[in-house]
Design a binder for this molecule. Sequence first.
Ligand SMILES: [Fe+2]
Length: 197
Amino acid sequence: MHHTETKLPASCEKDLLDRFLKAEAMALWSVRAAQARDVPSGVLAFLRQHEEDEAEHLREFESRLGVISHRRERLPRVPSQWYALVIHLYGYETLGLEFAKLLVQVQPTLHAILDDEEVHVGFFEKEVLKLLAEGGTVAEKARESAAAWWRKLPLTVDRYLEGDSLEPYRSDLRRVILDAIQERFESIGLLASHREQ
Ligand SMILES: [Fe+2]
């Protein structure tokens, strides 16, 4: 699959950072909330490290933007079943990764964030593959969760692409992000391979 790359100008940096800051805050809270759930052994240690990475990204964005994002008192609701929780975490990491790719286009010094996101996506992808390899109900439920998550994704992406500087690129970026995540989900057999939208 080939995408014509949308080259973003430096003027997009502030809006991208601002949107990514919100996405990372969401990722951080989800990862924090996930630690209270019943997760497979080995996952908890990764979630703790992961939480530190996201907190670090958040501080980096905050200092670049000169803002402090508000801290939530209550953690967001995350699914309690592992097959759904892992899809939730994996999905948002894949989205974070696509944002990180855009961000390094305008700010190459933030490449370490892209590297972290590759690690996060890789970790959850392996966990998803384990569930799919198990087969049966668990694999089926994971696929159902992924399909449900996928259906909500376009609205989420639109929210993340707000900002005046992104206006001329919005529809291209939306397509690039959705295609990248769809291809990833399809390539691991999480989403049935048919293009309908
Ligand atoms: Fe991440």
